[in-house]
Design a protein. Structure first.
Length: 217
């Protein structure tokens, strides 16, 4: 994991979301759930694009495998499966293969399967939903490390992402340094708010002094 990913991994999705708000940037995706493990993940993005199988293309490799082999330790595989078809864009064998390569996790805008298996491996899986339906004959991979769309956010290979129980938040590679600086400052202020509450300061005083001004530019 590079230093940028390590810094991002020390922040929760809410702090990074607040930093994006402060800087007038976009990147938050809601509605993608953490289906395996209770860990936060963060890292550099490797992308996969899946589309409906019209029977015109014969896949030479199983979907997701190229991304697993291309990813570095600590990377996050992010998959677009917005075909509207109930078919898994990720499964148990892929989770095991990714785990063995020290990939941080997978985020899928669409359904996944074998979530119990992923949980048994301790491999983080985030997705819109779970299904038992195979991809075979339903969806195919049309690109690895290509631009994709997750929610309403355009994601490019080499961007960064943090995901936890609150949301999935993407940060463009060109913006990551200033987003991290803003998020770390916000996180420090939030930690001080927690300390003040534990010291017995009234919540109205703590929130009024810090929260309302936190995102001022």
């Amino acid at each position: 994991m590079d230093d940028t990913a390590a810094r991002l991994g020390r922040l929760d999705a809410c702090a990074v979301s607040d930093a994006l708000d402060k800087l007038g940037l976009k990147g938050v995706v809601t509605g993608i759930q953490r289906l395996a493990t209770d860990r936060r993940i963060a890292g550099c993005v490797v992308t996969v694009k899946l589309e409906k199988d019209h029977g015109k293309v014969t896949a030479s490799r199983h979907l997701g495998t190229t991304a697993i082999e291309a990813a570095r330790a600590g990377d996050v595989i992010v998959i677009e499966q917005r075909s509207g078809i109930d078919a898994a864009g990720w499964g148990g064998n892929l989770s095991l293969a990714a785990k063995l390569r020290d990939i941080a996790g997978v985020i899928l805008d669409g359904p996944v399967r074998d979530t119990d298996e992923a949980r048994s491996y301790g491999f983080p899986v985030f997705a819109r939903s779970a299904t038992a339906r195979t991809a075979r004959g339903r969806i195919i991979e049309t690109g690895t490390n290509v631009p994709i769309v997750v929610g309403d956010v355009r994601v490019a290979p080499g961007d960064y992402v943090v995901a936890d129980g609150s949301a999935v938040v993407f940060v463009k590679a060109a913006d990551v340094d200033r987003v991290l600086a803003a998020a770390e400052a916000i996180s420090d202020r939030e930690k001080q708010m927690v300390a003040d509450l534990k010291e017995g300061l009234p919540v109205t005083q703590v929130m009024g002094k810090n929260y309302e001004t936190m995102l001022k530019r």
